[in-house]
Design a protein around this ligand. Structure first.
Ligand SMILES: Cc1cc2nc3c(=O)[nH]c(=O)nc-3n(C[C@H](O)[C@H](O)[C@H](O)COP(=O)(O)OP(=O)(O)OC[C@H]3O[C@@H](n4cnc5c(N)ncnc54)[C@H](O)[C@@H]3O)c2cc1C
Length: 515
C-alpha cells in the first residue's frame, strides 16, 4: 500500500494496472480494492499528488489550477482550423491526481435520462443507472429524495457562500424570457428552465474531488494494503503477449516535468496478471492505444507503430461542448464575485490573504445558477431549413432534450488583464449540449515526444448546426442579461460588431426600457 513518485523495486507485477488517476481511474481503483481486498491494483498518474497543492481543496481556486504554469492541468493544443478564424484551440484537462475533478469548476451536473435511454442497451438505461449515480453522492439540495443519494462519499451542496442577489435576479430574468425556475434541474428529466446550481463541495466548502473522497481514505485507513498509486509517471503504451494479443502490462516513464534527472527518466515496465485499464481521459487514452499498436492500421504504420489490433475509429469522432461565455458589467461589488482575488492589482497577495483568513468565499466556485433551454418552433424556423430538419429529427419530439446548457458566472471566465480592472462583471456561459462537429486526436510517432495530430473540429459540421445553436443561444442569453437588475452594460469585445443602424445595437449602460 502506498503513494509513490518512484515505484518500489519489489512491485514488478500486480493484478490490475489502471493508467490515468483521474475521475474515472480513482473511483475504479477504490471500488476494485473494496470489492476484493486480495486484488493488487496499481494506479499510474501523469501528474502530481493533489494533496501537495493547497489550492485543490478550494472550489474558488479553479482559475490558478487551470493556469498552465501550475502543473495541474494538461493542455492539448488543437491545430489551426479555418472555421475557427485560423486559430488552434488549447483544450484543458485534469493533469493531477483526481484528474478533472481536482481542478474543474465543481458544478454539479447530470445528463438527461434520455441520453442513457438513447443507447438502447440492456442494463444501461437511466432507470438502471440511477442507483449508481445516487450511490456516489450525499445530496444537500432541493428535489425529490428518490432522484438523489444521501449516503455517498461525494458531498453535493451550495457550499458556504452564495451570491443570492445575482442568482435571484438571473432566475427572474430567465422567467421573463420564458424559462421558469425549476426546483431540481439535475433530476435527469427537468428541462427548459433555470435553477440554483449546486457544487461538488461540502457544506463548509471543501472540493469533493475523487482523490479526496475515494482514493486517499483507502490509502490511509490501513485496510487496503494492495492499493498502490504511482504519481508523476506517464504511461507510454500497453504491452501485449505476441501470441495471444492479451494485455500483459504497461511501459511508463517518470514524467520529465517532475523528474529533472535524465538518468531517472528511462522507460520501465510493470506487469499486470489480470487486466490493464486505460482511463487517461478523452484526449489521453487514444494516444496510448495507438502507441500500443491498437487503431487504424494505416495510421499506425504512418506513425511507425507495429499493428497489434486493427481497430478503426481509435482517436476519431472527438466531440466537446464548445462553451462560450459572454460578459457584462455588473453592479455587484467585485469583492462578492470570483474576481475578488484574481482581478486585483496583486492576485498572489489577494489569494494568500483569502487562504490565511480561511475566507468562506474559498468554498464558492462563482456559479450559482444554471439552465437547460430549447428554442420555440418559431425560433427553429428562423434558423433555416437545415436546422429545422435536424431539429425535427433529433429534438422536436424529445421534450426533455435541451439544445443549450449554461450558467451564470459571477466574475470573469478569462484573463482579467484583458478587462478594465475598476469594473465588476458577470457572465453567461453557453454550451452546445449535443454538438454535431467532430474532430480527431492521433499520434504522429511512436513515442510520447511526437506532436499530436489533434483537430478539435469545433464549429465544423457542414450544416453549421453548432454555429446556429450558438447564434440562437447568444441572442437568448442577451435577452436575459439585459433584463437583469445588476446589468450595467455590454463589453464591446463580447458581442458581434452590429451595424450602427441595426436594431440589435443597444446604448452603453442600462437600457431605459425593455420590452
Ligand atoms: C476546465 C474544466 C472544467 C470542468 N468543469 C466541470 C464541472 O463544473 N462539472 C462537471 O461535472 N464536469 C466538469 N468538467 C469535466 C470533468 O472534469 C471531466 O468530464 C472528467 O474529469 C473526465 O474524467 P476522466 O476520468 O474521463 O478524465 P480525467 O479526469 O481528465 O482523468 C484523466 C487522467 O489521466 C491522466 N493522464 C493523461 N495521460 C496520461 C498518461 N499518459 N499516463 C498516466 N496518466 C495520464 C491525467 O493526468 C488525468 O489525471 C470540467 C473539465 C474541465 C477541464
Amino acid at each position: 500500500m502506498g503513494l509513490y513518485t518512484t515505484l518500489p523495486e519489489d512491485i514488478q507485477e500486480v493484478d490490475v494496472i489502471i493508467a490515468g488517476g483521474g475521475t474515472a481511474g480513482c473511483v475504479l481503483a477504490s471500488r476494485l480494492v473494496d470489492a476484493d481486498p486480495t486484488l493488487s491494483v496499481l494506479l499510474i498518474e501523469d501528474g502530481p499528488n493533489n494533496q501537495e497543492n493547497p489550492l485543490v481543496a478550494h472550489p474558488l481556486m479553479w482559475r490558478p489550477l487551470l493556469h498552465p504554469q501550475t502543473g495541474s492541468a494538461i493542455y492539448y493544443l488543437g491545430k489551426e482550423e479555418a472555421q475557427l478564424a485560423g486559430r488552434g484551440i488549447p483544450v484543458a484537462c485534469g493533469g493531477i491526481l483526481g484528474g478533472g475533478s481536482s481542478i474543474n469548476f465543481s458544478m454539479y451536473t447530470r445528463p438527461q435520462a434520455i441520453d442513457y435511454d438513447a443507447w438502447d442497451m440492456e442494463g444501461w438505461s437511466a432507470h438502471d443507472l440511477l442507483p449508481f449515480m445516487n450511490k456516489v453522492e450525499t445530496y444537500h439540495g432541493d428535489g425529490k429524495k428518490e432522484h438523489h443519494g444521501l449516503e455517498g462519499p461525494i458531498q453535493i451542496s451550495s457550499g458556504p457562500f452564495r451570491q443570492v442577489e445575482a442568482e435571484r435576479d438571473f432566475k427572474s430574468a430567465m422567467a421573463q424570457v420564458g424559462y421558469p425556475e425549476m426546483r431540481d434541474l439535475q433530476d435527469l428529466h427537468s428541462n427548459n428552465g433555470a435553477s440554483h446550481c449546486l457544487k461538488y463541495a461540502s457544506v463548509d466548502g471543501i472540493r469533493q474531488d475523487v482523490a479526496r473522497t475515494y482514493l486517499h481514505p483507502r490509502l490511509q485507513d490501513g485496510r487496503h494494503e494492495n492499493l498502490h498509486v504511482l504519481v508523476e509517471s506517464q504511461v507510454i503504451k500497453v504491452l501485449f503477449d505476441e501470441k495471444t494479443k492479451r494485455a500483459t502490462g504497461v511501459e511508463y516513464r517518470p514524467n520529465p516535468a517532475f523528474h529533472k534527472d535524465m538518468a531517472q527518466r528511462a522507460a520501465r515496465e510493470v506487469k499486470a496478471r489480470k487486466l490493464v485499464v486505460l482511463s487517461c481521459g478523452a484526449l489521453g487514452t487514444p494516444g496510448i492505444l495507438e502507441r500500443s499498436g491498437v487503431g487504424d492500421p494505416q495510421g499506425l504504420r504512418d506513425a511507425g507503430v507495429p499493428v497489434v489490433a486493427d481497430v478503426p475509429g481509435v482517436g476519431d469522432g472527438y466531440q466537446d461542448h464548445q462553451v462560450v461565455s459572454y460578459h457584462y458589467k455588473s453592479s455587484i461589488p467585485k469583492e462578492e464575485t470570483n474576481d475578488a482575488a484574481f482581478a486585483s492589482a496583486d492576485p498572489p497577495a489577494s489569494i494568500g490573504k483569502l487562504l490565511m483568513s480561511r475566507d468562506k468565499i474559498l468554498g464558492w466556485n462563482g456559479f450559482d445558477a444554471s439552465f437547460k433551454i430549447r428554442p420555440t418552433e418559431k425560433e427553429v424556423d428562423a434558423l433555416g431549413h437545415d436546422f429545422r430538419t435536424v431539429w425535427d429529427r433529433d429534438f422536436r419530439d424529445v421534450a426533455e432534450k435541451p439544445l443549450s446548457l449554461g450558467n451564470l458566472s459571477m466574475g470573469l471566465l478569462g484573463d482579467p488583464n484583458q478587462f478594465p480592472k475598476d469594473t465588476s462583471y458577470f457572465g453567461l456561459g453557453l454550451y452546445n449540449a449535443y454538438p454535431y462537429s467532430r474532430g480527431h486526436v492521433h499520434i504522429t510517432g511512436p513515442t510520447l515526444e511526437g506532436p499530436l495530430d489533434f483537430k478539435t473540429g469545433f464549429l465544423s459540421d457542414p450544416q453549421e448546426i453548432d454555429m446556429k445553436t450558438h447564434i440562437w443561444a447568444y441572442k437568448k442569453q442577451r435577452e436575459v442579461a439585459r433584463r437583469m437588475k445588476i446589468y450595467q452594460g455590454e463589453i464591446p469585445s463580447h458581442k458581434p460588431d452590429f451595424a450602427p443602424d441595426s436594431r440589435a445595437v443597444i446604448a452603453q449602460g442600462r437600457p431605459a426600457r425593455i420590452r
